[in-house]
Design a protein around this ligand. Structure first.
Ligand code: FAD
Length: 479
């Protein structure tokens, strides 16, 4: 029996805090309510919880010591990275019994290996810092998303984050080669292998990716690097329908191949919302179109990218597949377009209360899905202000419904339940997914149970039981 499990030990929060302070020193333990506050609410301001203590271990060994103590005292752990998640996965419940384990002090770039084309980092490294470390070694780490200045690599792994370059480079699962994980009993699993081939049995790494803190604490990762892009071409196009954008995507992909890195879609209403709520933004095109797309090509050297994009879009204009297009000619114009795309989440927060749907469908099914969803919403008689945008190239739609900021809690709750059922039923009819990239967290936990087959739920619960029999890792999330 572990010393901590001996009968007579005081397992109260005072004991826990005292032991944590012994393990981590004062810099690693936050007990002051005002200092804890930023950790207790999520980025959207949708969830809020309570804890006895926030711990900030500085390295893997300290993390292991904390988890061992929590294991022995049956203390539930909510692992938190940059706290930018969209599904409430990093917010504790309001029991006060949980502990937040923040990874933000684990922020070392451990190694860049330009020959193996890999970077090894602590899980608390901010995504933008990992990108910068790769850049300094004249390599490229392609995961890119609106929260990259504050989200962490560990959070990206735990949510299998996607973002704007999945079309070309894949999501986080495809970018990770190896992981280091502190298991729920405090043992350290060293899977930090930078291998592109390894067929030695079940893939434990892939179980932790997307597990949202429910199977262990990711403390380190080996990630793939790529050649740095030195040339890019960016354009904004307007089209009358989503079907036209899907046809354009097919064409651009056929013509530009791997050079196509992003194909982002925004409805007219999404654009309008950004222009209204995000400063220093203006409409890229003079004409207003039902749908817009931000398209980006990149390559390691300039092989006439701009001409290629102009050619394919010029032809689409001639054939009236699209209504208008503009090309950027410098970095600041390109940044202005991306500011619009990345401003949609912020604009929604400022504009009201959004009921979010982060869904994935086969790309070919998107236009019909949207048409049927719009019709079903109209038929339902519910007031709708649709904010429809997403990573079209990945078949990932953010199909959101905006309600006024003044909407009361109970009204919001019933509208959310009604909209979710309507949209998600349709998603399942189209063989889609109810969570494309934001994970399940507490937002989609009940929906997961509703839509996953009993067999899939049983298998997932068995995996959880095998890794975390005491259910101390992020209880109440995902499963
Ligand atoms: C403006 C904005 C834009 C975004 N755009 C995108 C986008 O385009 N694509 C996309 O996929 N996502 C997007 N997101 C959400 C995205 O999931 C997160 O930004 C990011 O991946 C989460 O990282 P984080 O460090 O903030 O994790 P947190 O929010 O802290 O945690 C998220 C989940 O991961 C778990 N977790 C965190 N760290 C660890 C760890 N080390 N070990 C085990 N579990 C851990 C937590 O328990 C929680 O369940 C966006 C968010 C914002 C705010």
């Amino acid at each position: 029996m572990n010393q901590l499990q001996q009968p007579g030990h005081d397992h109260s929060s005072a004991y826990l805090i005292r032991r944590l302070q012994e393990l981590l020193g004062p810099a690693g333990v936050i007990t002051e309510a005002s200092e804890q506050e930023p950790y207790l609410r999520d980025w959207l301001g949708k969830w809020h919880g309570k804890v006895s203590v926030v711990v900030r271990p500085a390295n893997t060994e300290e993390t292991a010591a904390v988890v061992q103590l929590c294991h022995a005292t049956h203390t539930p752990i909510v692992t938190q990275g940059g706290n930018t998640g969209m599904s409430g996965g990093a917010t504790p419940d309001d029991s006060g019994a949980q502990v937040i384990l923040s990874t933000t002090r684990m922020n070392r770039i451990r190694e860049v290996d330009p020959v193996n084309n890999t970077i090894t980092v602590d899980a608390g490294v901010i995504l933008a810092h990992a990108q910068e470390a790769a850049r300094q070694a004249e390599r490229y780490f392609p995961l890119s998303l609106g929260a990259e200045g504050s989200c962490t690599v560990g959070g990206n792994l735990a949510t299998n984050a996607g973002g704007i370059a999945v079309l070309r480079f894949g999501n986080m699962r495809e970018l990770a080669l190896g992981l280091e994980v502190v298991l729920p009993d405090g043992r350290i699993w060293n899977g930090l292998r930078g291998l592109r081939k390894d067929n030695t049995g079940y893939d434990l790494r892939d179980l932790f990716i997307g597990s949202e803190g429910t199977l262990g604490v990711i403390t380190g990762a080996v990630l793939k690097l790529f050649a740095q892009p030195h040339a890019r071409a960016t354009a904004w196009v307007g089209a009358a329908s989503l079907q036209q954008l899907v046809s354009l995507l097919t064409r651009v992909r056929a013509r530009c191949g791997e050079r196509l890195v992003a194909f982002e879609m925004m409805s007219a209403r999404s654009l309008e919302l950004v222009l209204e709520h995000v400063s220093d933004t203006r409409a890229p095109l003079e004409s207003k179109t039902a749908y817009n797309a931000l398209i980006e090509l990149s390559d390691t050297e300039d092989t006439g990218l701009q001409a290629m994009l102009e050619d394919v879009l010029g032809q689409a204009l001639e054939e009236e597949l699209i209504s208008d297009a503009m090309f950027t000619s410098n970095q600041s114009q390109t940044a202005a377009l991306w500011k619009i795309r990345e401003g949609i989440s912020q604009a929604q927060v400022r504009a009201g209360k959004a009921i979010k749907h982060d869904i994935a469908l086969p790309i070919s099914a998107l236009p019909l899905f949207v048409a049927q969803a719009e019709q079903a919403l109209a038929d339902s008689g519910m007031t709708t202000d649709l904010i429809n945008f997403g990573h079209l190239g990945d078949g990932n739609l953010h199909f959101n419904v905006l309600l006024p900021a003044s909407t009361e809690y109970e009204a919001m709750k019933s509208a959310t339940a009604a909209f979710n059922r309507l949209i998600h039923d349709l998603v399942i009819n189209f063989n889609g997914s109810i969570s494309a990239e934001h994970g399940v967290g507490q937002l989609r936990r009940d929906e997961l149970k509703h839509y996953k087959s009993p067999l899939e739920m049983e298998l997932m619960l068995r995996i959880k039981q095998a890794f975390d029999p005491n259910h101390i890792m992020n209880p109440g999330k995902l499963l």
